[in-house]
Write a protein that binds this ligand. Structure first.
Ligand SMILES: O=C(O)C(=O)C[C@]1(C(=O)O)C=C[C@@H](O)C=C1
Length: 108
């Protein structure tokens, strides 16, 4: 019956999209893991030199850059900003933990 064939075709197309979604999600996880590997090293560098965990000026530059990249890629720039802020908040939390255990205190 036609309805059954339509449904079977839709399921095939859905499975195909899902295979791409699974690959993209895997890439996102690997990219995030690599980013956090890098920011953990930044956290150690900052802590051992008495640099503050957060750098609001750098964050503003990143937000402006990512918003433009998002617009060019037809992605909602507000979503891109929220996503960056979410990641950066977690990075700052790691930096603070690293500083609490390995940090030096700047006296000047
Ligand atoms: O570039 C830095 O100084 C970092 O610590 C990395 C990072 C980021 O995750 O992009 C995190 C915290 C800072 O506020 C700014 C940027």
């Amino acid at each position: 019956m036609n309805e059954e064939k339509d449904m079977a075709d839709a399921r095939t197309i859905l499975a195909d999209y899902r295979a791409s979604i699974d690959n993209i999600d895997a890439a996102l996880i690997h990219m995030l893991a690599e980013r956090f590997r890098c920011t953990k090293a930044v956290g150690v560098l900052k802590a051992t030199h008495g640099l503050p965990p957060a750098d609001p000026a750098r964050e503003q530059q990143q937000i402006a850059r990512l918003r433009q990249l998002a617009k060019d890629a037809h992605l909602d720039p507000d979503f891109a900003e929220k996503f960056l802020n979410f990641v950066v908040r977690e990075v700052i939390r790691h930096h603070e933990q690293i500083a609490a255990t390995n940090g030096v205190t700047k006296t000047n």
